[in-house]
Design a protein around this ligand. Structure first.
Ligand code: URA
Length: 191
């Protein structure tokens, strides 16, 4: 009898493939470890950030620094926590000195990110910041479309500002909080 692998096993296989395929050899060489993503593999929402920073590189977990704490606060404001969602980044190794990920690096990780989404099958993708949004919908400007529901390959996609960009910018912070507060109604509408 053919044993179907669980979602967790399939996600582990994708993580293993990234390492075996030597995706972004240079980033890998400079990083402590792969930051693949974590959370509930049955989640209705997948949050997608840009790339790991220092704390994420050291712990192997996404969004564990200041931006992650802000994200946790926003999740809790809509009665969610990390165990309700799945969270990952486009680029899964820390870029040196936290520089922006290069187009080729984002491109290299995209098929693996797509596979992650295929396994999890979320109802809603929430992109955090312009790098994440433009991986899926390159023609859009985050400043114009944040907080508006979009579609990517038949899946709902909500572009949000990156929590790190909003952390110390009062105006952006307010907008991000307002956009974030739309998530429950959006989910309800999708369901
Ligand atoms: N910023 C990101 O985009 N991702 C992380 O994991 C941490 C900070």
């Amino acid at each position: 009898m053919i044993e179907l692998s669980t979602k967790l096993e399939q996600l582990r296989d994708i993580a293993r493939a990234i390492e075996q395929d030597n995706v972004t050899t240079e980033l890998k060489a400079g990083a402590t470890q792969l930051v693949f993503g974590e959370g509930n593999e049955d989640a209705e929402i997948v949050f997608i950030g840009e790339a790991p920073g220092k704390h994420e590189d050291l712990t192997g977990k996404p969004f564990v620094g200041a931006a992650g704490r802000f994200l946790d606060e926003m999740l809790s404001s809509i009665d969610l926590n990390r165990s309700d969602i799945y969270i990952t980044n486009i680029v899964k190794y820390r870029p040196p000195n936290n520089r922006d990920p290069l187009p080729a690096e984002k491109q290299a990780f995209l098929p693996y990110l797509e596979s992650q989404l295929e396994v999890i099958q979320p109802k809603l993708i929430v992109t955090l910041g312009r790098h994440s949004l433009n991986c899926f919908l390159p023609e859009l400007q985050i400043g114009d479309c944040h907080g508006q529901l979009m579609t990517y390959r038949n899946r709902a996609l909500l572009p949000l500002f990156h929590p790190a960009a909003a952390l110390y910018n009062g105006g952006k912070r307010q907008i991000l909080l307002q956009d974030f507060a739309k998530i429950p109604a959006i989910l309800e509408k999708i369901n």
